[in-house]
Design a binder for this molecule. Structure first.
Ligand code: PPS
Length: 292
């Protein structure tokens, strides 16, 4: 059986699924075109939402065009290399003409250098740590290719220790934050997108040097609402059935809210997590929101 929960192997200290590591040389050698756009995130920070917004912006809000294929086909996942039916990122990209939109979860230091040499545009989306952790926990339960999450209490420690696939959330959000000005990276927050999706869609539009009519923007906001994307078979990952995702365990489009961590963390876990967070994030001034 080609499918199992792939073990992690470290690349420069970052744990990645073994199929990525076995293919690492070709990933690192990937040459983007200067017109390619990168969407980078820590897993579960709002990748799919941002992918859909970008695809609709680039297609003038045309829902039919956006429905031409599932998200993961339209916007290849650079480093993924697990067996079919999961499409390998590099093989999809080989058959697409630039300008392409490319998804990655790689931390900044592992992104192929060609993106920065070619001055590619890049959008980074960050999500507050505790909600990001909760979302990743439920995803690891249902994604049968990722390592077993184990019990909740232990999962918190794995997250804090940077032991989950794609490594430390803390290093990830800081790595892109430190480079955002030099590399012209648009750094977004999931919480801002929830608070005012129209404002954030317009922010992305300007970054892409596009200018779309107000009614088109409003349509894109509607087409990328949690409810619409949950029902849309092209965005809800229903085309990744078992043995990849078991959405009867937890749906890919799970809750889509800010603050679900309060339903998971005990007071003691919150205190432990927050104290550790302060230590790890004291050198960073990233404006994570907790007030919406
Ligand atoms: S992945 O696997 O890394 O690409 O996952 P990713 O898309 O980054 O994250 C999935 C979480 O994002 C939520 N989501 C949304 N929230 C609000 N609005 C929209 N349109 C939307 N689309 C996806 C999704 O529900 C996951 O979060 P949780 O908290 O688990 O619900």
């Amino acid at each position: 059986d080609a499918f199992h929960r792939f073990p992690l192997i470290k690349v420069q200290g970052v744990p990645l699924m073994c199929h990525i590591v076995h293919n690492w040389d070709s990933i690192w050698a990937f040459h983007p075109d200067p017109s390619d756009l990168l969407i980078a995130t820590y897993p579960k920070a709002g990748t799919t939402w941002t992918q859909e917004i970008v695809d609709l912006l680039l297609n003038n809000g045309d829902a039919e065009v956006a429905r031409r294929a599932p998200t993961a086909i339209r916007i290849p996942f650079l480093e993924i290399h697990s067996p079919p039916p999961v499409p390998s990122g590099l093989s999809l990209l080989k058959n697409m003409d630039p300008p392409r939109v490319i998804k990655t979860h790689l931390p900044f230091k592992l992104v192929p250098e060609g993106f920065w040499k070619n001055k590619c545009k890049a959008i980074y989306v960050a999500r507050n740590a505790k909600d990001n952790l909760v979302s990743y926990y439920h995803f690891d339960r249902m994604n049968l290719t990722q390592p077993e999450p184990g019990p909740w209490e232990g999962y918190i420690h794995k997250f804090m220790n940077g032991e989950l696939a794609w490594g430390s959330w803390y290093d990830h959000v800081k790595g892109y934050w430190e480079e955002r000005e030099k590399r012209n990276i648009l750094y977004l927050f999931y919480e801002d997108m929830k608070e005012n999706p129209q404002r954030e869609v317009e922010r992305i539009m300007r970054y892409l040097d596009l200018s779309l009519a107000d009614d088109v923007i409003r349509r894109i906001v509607e087409l990328t609402s949690f409810k619409t994307m949950k029902e849309n078979p092209m965005t809800n990952y229903s085309f990744f059935p078992k043995p990849v995702f078991d959405q009867s365990i937890s749906p890919f489009m799970r809750k889509g809210v800010v603050g679900d961590w309060t339903n998971h963390f005990s007071p003691a876990q919150t205190q432990l997590f927050d104290e550790d967070y302060k230590r790890k994030m004291k050198d960073a001034d990233i404006p994570f929101r907790t007030d919406i």
